[in-house]
Design a protein. Structure first.
Length: 299
């Protein structure tokens, strides 16, 4: 069975302040939808637009609210190593199941060794918690092969145990998954789920699973019984959403859509939340498409 983690949006009020009272509703919604875990404070969670105190409060709210059985991963990457270490240590104190970090994202690390050292130093701040490398080159601009990063990081950081692979290069995903013994590999391209399943993906983390997890489970079930045509048909709304998001604001567009399909986490912070009227109309249109698909799939 496909293991789904949702990359959770950070809830904000209409004037941009944290709305932590929404977290309990988010956690209950994910658990009821068959989601295994929540990945908090990542790209979907708008981490670059938050300060450390807010990220600390967010992690604490999720740890307090999550129902039994819902796992919790916290992204702790930061452009400043010391603050990333502070976030990692705090996440460990909350008892989370996974801490993860991107590499430097305002300019790539000068060498592979520098990148691995940076990540290993973050992992060392949470020495009793599994650590994951968050690979998302569309945001970080990193040119290093994640398979090489993972292999080197596994030797440098005893807690290295996972990778969140948010890229469409499935051959590199396969190399990365094999780069370290016992590695837990999460695939992060929701719009390529059928292709991922064909390449052996069994764990995912993504934005769309906040509102579309039952549909993803139906896709995986169809694939598992050998009905690949049905899996691809059921998956069509994921591809429609991804295409629209690329054209209409990315993070902010997806957050607005997930608000239509689950708890309202408010608008995205600047610049992502500045949606045009046509983009908002597209959100409403796609919400209807997804609801129909969920009903047809029994979700």
């Amino acid at each position: 069975m496909l293991e789904i983690w949702a990359a959770a949006p950070t809830p904000f009020t209409s004037d941009g302040k944290l709305a932590l009272d929404v977290v309990a509703e988010q956690a209950a919604h994910l658990h009821a939808a068959g989601v295994t875990g929540a990945f908090v404070g990542g790209t979907t969670g708008e981490f670059p637009a938050m300060d450390v105190a807010e990220r600390v409060s967010l992690a604490e709210a999720w740890q307090a609210a999550r129902p039994s059985g819902l796992r919790l991963g916290v992204h702790v990457g930061h452009s400043d190593l010391a603050q990333a270490q502070q976030l990692a240590a705090h996440a460990q104190s909350c008892g989370v199941d996974l801490v993860a970090a991107v590499g430097p994202y305002y300019g790539d690390a000068a060498t592979l060794d520098a990148l691995v050292g940076h990540l290993a130093d973050i992992a060392a701040a949470a020495p009793s918690t599994p650590f994951g490398f968050y690979h998302i080159p569309s945001m970080t601009g990193s040119a290093y092969r994640p398979s090489e990063v993972v292999a080197a990081l596994a030797a440098a950081a005893p807690t290295m145990s996972a990778v969140k692979f948010t890229d469409g290069n499935l051959l590199e995903f396969d190399r990365t998954r094999a780069a370290a013994p016992g590695l837990t590999a999460f695939f992060g391209r929701d719009e390529l789920l059928p292709a991922g399943l064909a390449c052996g993906v069994d764990r995912v983390i993504g934005t769309l699973y906040n509102g579309m997890a039952p549909l993803a489970l139906a896709v995986a079930a169809a694939f598992d019984r050998g009905d690949t045509a049905q899996a691809y048909r059921l998956h069509a709304p994921f591809r429609q959403v991804a295409t629209a998001a690329d054209a209409n604001g990315g993070v902010g567009f997806l957050k607005a859509l997930m608000n239509e399909l689950g708890p309202d986490a408010g608008p995205a912070r600047s610049p992502w939340g500045r949606l045009s009227d046509p983009a908002r109309a597209k959100v409403r249109e796609l919400a209807g498409v997804v609801r129909t698909a969920l009903e047809e799939a029994g979700g």
